[in-house]
Each structure stands twice: as C-alpha cells, then as structure tokens.
Design a protein around this ligand. Structure first.
Ligand code: KG4
Ligand code: ZN
Length: 328
C-alpha cells in the first residue's frame, strides 16, 4: 500500500495504490488560478501546492479508507518539473515518511506517465510502446519491463500540449489550450488550412512542433482579426489535425520498426478525442492493442506515481533526507 504525492506542475495530487488497484486518486487542479495569466506561473503554483498539499493528502487517505499508519511506503515525484512546485511535494513526502518511519520512494514523472498503464482497469504489462504527450514533454518510449523505459523519440523543441496551449492563446481560446482547441475544433473543418506535418520525411522518431506554431502565427497575421474570428473553428481543427497527424505518424513508424503488440497512450494530450480515434485506427490496421487510460490517469495524477513506485527501490530514514528535486 503506497501513498503517493505529485506536485511537479500545476496540479496538487495525492493517491493511495494497493498493487495495481487505485484506492484513491485526488487531484486538486489549480487551472483557475493560472487561467488569467494564460499559463502556469511557477510562483503561484508553489504557493497553491503549499496550501493544498496537506488537505489533498488527508483526502486521499480518507477516500482510501485508511490511516497513515496503514501505508507501507510513501512515494513522490522528484523530477522533472517546476523546481519550487516539486520541492513542496518532496518536502512533504520526506516529513510524512520521517514522522511515521515509512520508507520513501523517488519517482521520475515521465516513468509515472508510463506506469499509469500498469494500473487497473485492465493493466497493460510490458513489453509495450508508450506515447507520452503532455504540456511539458512528448516522447516515445520502449517499455520492456517495470523498472524503466528507453526513450526512442522525443520532441526537439515544443511539447505537443505546449503547442496546443500556444495555439489556443493565439486564437483567443484561453487556458488550458488542449481542451479548448478540441472543443472549438468540433465545429471546424480539419482540411480548411494546411499546416506542416513536421518531421514526416525524417526517418527518425523525434517530434517537432515549433514550426507548426510559427505557421499558425503567420496564418493568423495574414488572415487579420475579423477573418480569424470567423474561421476560428477551422483554424483550431486544422491545427489539431496537424498535431495528431505527427503523433500518429511517429507511432506508425515505431510500430513498423519494432515488433510491438501493444501501444499505451499517456500524458494530458491523451485526453484528446481525435488523437485517441486516430491511434485506434492505426493500431487496428497494424494489429496492435491500444491501451487507453481513463482521463484522470492521463493528466497529471499521483496514482501513476504510486504505480511506478511499486517497482522502484525504497530508501530508509535518514538516507532520503539528502534528496533534491530536479527540474530536468
Ligand atoms: O500531463 P499533463 O496534465 O501535465 C504535464 O505534465 O504537462 O498535460 C497537460 C497538457 C496541456 O498542454 C493541455 O493543453 C493538454 O495536456 N490537454 C489536452 C487535452 N486535455 C489536456 N490536449 C488536447 N486535448 C485535450 N482534450
Ligand atoms: Zn505530466
């Protein structure tokens, strides 16, 4: 039974997992606090984590119907993320472990997104190919066992979610951008504008989204305010299609390069309907199983940190007191 904490970005999260079972998964989103700035403000995030972390831990224990004494170990995200935000989780986890004499387990946030697939319902066991696409990272990973993953492709510049967030801001759609783009795109024609699907001729598995963003900047400038207003849904749909096309193209290439029989989709962008549909069609054509997670396990959460912690080494007091959080 593991109590896990995750505070790497703008969600304050605590969860209790018992093996692959999620007993509680509490997520306190700060999105409303950051909305007026159009993005996450690190100082604001740290301050909110400080206020929220104890109530969120209490809620996770209460929802699981257990007390701190029932927990076998505490786990926490130590990297990568906003340093001030990570520190709140790491310090809290150290204090909880030290006060109760429980071991502490350090978890990498990205392995957490991969490990979300090991949770119920219908856990997916390695080996599998994982696509993690979020606001901070976009990568393809070869997951051969529970201990780690090998990154076989990653973004050379912006993350997929970051591109969607920036596009939403350009189109006046607010923050977080991914859901706003998806909503707006439903009324639009994905073929209305042709945005470059970057890296499509590149033989590797890396991603690039900054050229796509620049293309949107020019399109918005050339159209002018009134036309952008009138064609906002078409712009959103076309931009979203270009992001999805690139993600799908790289998964297709990885599937053909390797002999994967399963694909797991994680990260906040995995909540995107058109991406889920397109990957579903691809996997069906390629004869691979697609593992889709419930949305609350796609976006940042602590259950995935607890899932990764099951297979990670635990440290005893006072060894973990020297641990640092790391932004990268
Ligand atoms: O994994 P996550 O919650 O936090 C990070 O580690 O970054 O991912 C957040 C990202 C944001 O960029 C957000 O715009 C994107 O995931 N996102 C979406 C959707 N929901 C969240 N992108 C596309 N479609 C969605 N429905
Ligand atoms: Zn994340």
């Amino acid at each position: 039974m593991i109590l896990a904490l995750e505070t790497s970005c703008d969600d304050t999260c605590a969860a209790v997992v018992d093996g692959p079972r999620v007993l509680s998964n509490v997520i306190s989103s700060q999105a409303a606090a950051h909305e007026r700035y159009g993005g996450v403000v690190p100082e604001v995030a740290s301050r909110h984590h400080l206020e929220l972390v104890n109530p969120v831990v209490d809620a996770a224990l209460a929802e699981a119907g257990i007390g701190l004494e029932d927990v076998d170990a505490v786990a926490v995200t130590v990297r990568p993320g906003l340093i001030g935000a990570l520190l709140v989780g790491v310090s809290t986890a150290k204090a909880l472990a030290a006060a109760t004499g429980k071991p502490l387990i350090a978890v990498d946030h990205l392995l957490g997104h991969v490990a979300a697939s090991w949770l119920e319902p219908e856990p997916l066991e390695p080996p599998f190919l994982a696509l993690v696409a979020s606001g901070g990272h976009t990568l393809l990973a070869a997951v051969r066992d529970h201990e780690g993953h090998e990154v076989i492709g990653q973004t050379l510049d912006d993350a997929a979610g970051e591109a969607l967030d920036k596009a939403a801001r350009l189109l006046g759609l607010g923050y977080p951008g991914g859901p706003a783009i998806e909503r707006t795109a439903r009324e639009g024609d994905p073929g209305a504008f042709t945005f470059p699907v970057a890296m499509s001729r590149d033989p590797g598995l890396d991603f690039s989204f900054s050229g796509l963003k620049t293309a949107l900047v020019y399109a918005v400038r050339d159209l002018g305010e009134e036309e952008v207003e009138r064609r906002r849904a078409d712009l959103a749909a076309s931009f979203q299609a270009a992001v999805v096309d690139q993600l799908v193209a790289k998964v297709r290439r990885a599937l053909r390069d390797g002999d994967w029989t399963a694909v797991a989709l994680g990260g906040g962008v995995a909540a995107n309907g058109p991406l889920r549909d397109a990957l579903g069609r691809l996997c069906e054509a390629e004869g691979a199983r697609l593992k889709l997670l419930p949305r609350e396990l796609c976006t940042d959460n602590a259950a995935m940190i607890g899932s990764a912690a099951r297979f990670a080494p635990a440290a005893e007091y006072p060894d973990y007191l020297a641990w640092d959080a790391a932004p990268r």
